[in-house]
Design a binder for this molecule. Structure first.
Ligand code: WTA
Length: 657
């Protein structure tokens, strides 16, 4: 079934109401139950959150105050309460269900490993003790650069156990990106692996760590722990480097958790913003954990018998919240997958759902679109009857892909939760509840209970039904970011801008309400691109390009792409003459590889076009709206009267590939 034929049958406002049987068993059962929760939050905001925090989180020392707004926008939640995240994820299950499988790990080559809660707890404790033996203490930063594995979860949980702050760097980022993050975080240890397997290929990781440290500025790193995954040879620095298994050997099998205040930072996660420098988004322990548990129960309708599979890498926030913390805090059995969706073929996901009897499946629209393209009929050859909920995250899902997911994967039975959220929000914010909300393809529907979102114009006034504007969150929420690591001013300016008197959290997304008040996310309104659900700053890519000695100037914009959502287009002025066709192809390749090394392969520009100049106003400002039109191969119908050098447009329209 071609995606296009689905679109033609799709009516604008088709509504999918959850089946009666699903509603009856749901944790939030029916729209009235949803509305009751929303009303409770509205009526008594601190009372609502306080009740839930007492019911769902295990506190070593109870909190006395729910929300402290005195230093807004630096909000504090449950601040005098004490707890430990790893205790909440592991120890709490030791008496009730120690032999339950916590993780089903499937390697790239198909090998399956299972680990129980008891064994996961034991390994986390041993690794935590090992880290302590290397001098890692509470509040210290630890960079994790590891493949999807049980060991990555062990590493994150071990940090949480001893109160160390982890900062996971996605394995697809380059040595240079890793170095920048190590320096910004002031990390004292890096946890990595010799290599990782993806799609049958081995990708080295330890080598990138060595390279990052050799670039300089990483003198704070005293320890590099290496998980042996591939067995390939690695360079070794005695004293600094230690194998994970050696570090754990002989360590005690229990480790008293470090009890931390609720506001203690659980992790820092770098994400792209509108400047060249990534932001270290800092999350808390108590509020974050509460929201992970609630969203697992409300949106993923968590039940003890579920087999939960979130396909996100632990290098992204989705992997933090719905691989490492949320499922474990709920005592779930979850699937972790090392490989890629199309290896050995495009049936891999469906085969894994069948083999492991996955009940809740959560993935990105880009993965869905690429699987439609690679084999839209394939799901029909697998038994997907175990599925009960399907979810998406990371980018807008187009109605055609939504319909395919619904019909071909969910066989029309499974509610789809299109979840809108961000690295900064910690957990899901706007999403259907599977046993309550009637869904519309392409809409994330309504804010979750306790979340107050609105769409406003430039003056901060709500736009109302049927209109579009900027998405804002008008009240704080427990899992919100607390600050940008080392840069509180940037936090305030970026997220609580003076335009709205510092009152609203500005999400950076455009959105609209339809006539029924359903929210549709349109996309970023800042200089951030969303490529395959990955956030990349245009400035970051521009900085990487101009760092190349042959580049004089560069401007980067996005253009829509059927598969990846957006594609990166770079306009480049070289220090040498504008290249002819033959040279151009070679230079394009060189520059793509260069950006791959500077940031990571995900940031490689798809198109690169050369000009003797960039279109600028007389005051020297690059006219990005023109570049966006050119990138889309649109005819320029905009006003170019302020353009200093109109002839340049023709040049830039010529593609060099
Ligand atoms: C986009 C990922 C439309 C949005 C969890 C947001 C979405 C950015 C959706 C955050 C969705 C995320 N529909 N767009 N359901 N979910 N986005 O920080 O632009 O990697 O601002 O967090 O992804 O990306 P991030």
């Amino acid at each position: 079934m071609a995606a296009t034929t689905i679109e033609s049958v799709l009516q604008e406002n088709r509504i999918f109401t959850p089946a009666e049987a699903f509603v009856r068993q749901a944790n939030v059962s029916g729209m009235d139950a949803y509305r009751r929760l929303c009303a409770e939050a509205e009526k008594d905001f601190p009372g609502f959150w306080g009740r839930l925090a007492r019911e769902h989180v295990l506190w070593k020392k109870p909190f006395t105050q729910v929300l402290d707004e005195s230093k807004a926008p630096f909000f504090r939640w449950f601040a005098d309460g004490e707890l430990n995240a790893s205790y909440n994820c592991l120890d709490r299950h030791l008496e009730t269900q120690p032999e339950k499988t916590a993780i089903i790990f499937e390697a790239d080559d198909g090998k399956v490993t299972r680990i129980t809660y008891r064994e996961l707890h034991r390994r986390v404790c041993m690794f935590a003790n090992g880290l302590k033996a290397r001098g890692v203490k509470r509040g210290e930063r630890v960079v994790i650069y590891m493949p999807m594995s049980i060991e990555a979860v062990v590493a994150m949980q071990a940090c949480a156990r001893i109160g160390a702050i982890h900062s996971v760097v996605f394995g697809g980022f380059s040595a240079k990106s890793l170095q920048e993050r190590i320096i910004d975080a002031g990390a004292i240890a890096v946890l990595t692996a010799d290599g990782q397997f993806r799609g049958g290929r081995e990708i080295p990781l330890k080598a990138a760590v060595d390279e990052a440290i050799a670039m300089g500025g990483c003198e704070s790193i005293a320890t590099v722990v290496v998980y042996r995954r591939s067995g390939s040879p690695v360079a070794w620095q005695a004293g600094r480097d230690v194998w994970m298994h050696d570090l754990m050997a002989g360590q005690p099998e229990t480790c008293e958790p470090e009890w931390v205040g609720a506001e203690h930072p659980l992790f820092i996660l770098y994400t792209s913003g509108s400047t060249g420098k990534p932001k270290g988004v800092q999350h808390s322990t108590g509020g974050y954990l509460l929201w992970m548990i609630l969203t697992m129960k409300w949106v993923f309708d968590h039940k003890p018998g579920d087999i939960f599979w979130c396909t996100a890498d632990v290098g992204w926030v989705t992997g933090h919240s719905y691989v490492c913390y949320g499922p474990l805090a709920c005592g779930a059995t979850e699937v972790i997958f090392e490989g890629v969706p199309v290896y050995p073929d495009a049936g891999r996901f469906w085969k894994m759902i069948q083999d492991h009897k996955v009940t809740v499946f959560y993935t990105a629209p880009t993965a869905i679109r690429s699987l439609i393209k690679a084999g839209g009929e394939l799901p029909k050859h697998y038994d997907l009857s175990s599925l009960r909920i399907l979810g998406t995250v990371g980018e807008p899902i187009n109605p055609e892909a939504w319909m395919w997911y619904h019909e071909t994967v969910g066989r029309g039975r499974c509610p789809i939760v299109d979840t809108w959220w961000q690295t900064e929000t910690g957990g899901l914010m706007i999403s259907p509840l599977p046993g309550a909300t009637p869904t519309k393809p392409g809409s994330a529907t309504f804010p979750l209970p306790g979340i107050f979102a609105d769409i406003v114009d430039e003056t901060g006034h709500p736009v109302g039904k049927g209109k579009g504007g900027m998405l804002v969150i008008t009240r704080p929420w427990p899992a919100m970011l607390r600050t940008i690591w080392g840069d509180p001013e940037r936090f305030r300016k970026t997220y609580y801008p003076a335009d709205f008197q510092g009152k609203y959290y500005l999400a950076g997304d455009g959105a609209s309400y339809d006539e029924d008040g359903y929210i549709r996310i349109i996309g970023r309104i800042d200089d951030v691109l969303n490529v395959s659900g990955h956030r990349l700053g245009t400035m970051e890519i521009e900085s990487a390009l101009v760092a190349n000695p042959i580049v004089a100037e560069a401007a980067v914009v996005g253009r829509p792409d059927d598969l990846t959502g957006e594609a990166i287009c770079a306009f480049v002025v070289l220090k040498q003459a504008r290249p002819g066709t033959e040279d151009a192809a070679r230079i394009v390749k060189d520059l793509q590889d260069w950006v791959g090394r500077e940031i990571g392969p995900i940031a490689k520009p798809r198109d690169i076009r050369f000009g003797e100049n960039l279109p600028k106003t007389r005051s020297g400002k690059i006219m990005r709206r023109l570049l966006r039109s050119i990138a889309r191969d649109e005819e320029i119908r905009q006003d170019v009267s302020t353009l200093e050098n109109p002839a340049i447009l023709q040049q830039l329209s010529e593609k060099a590939r």
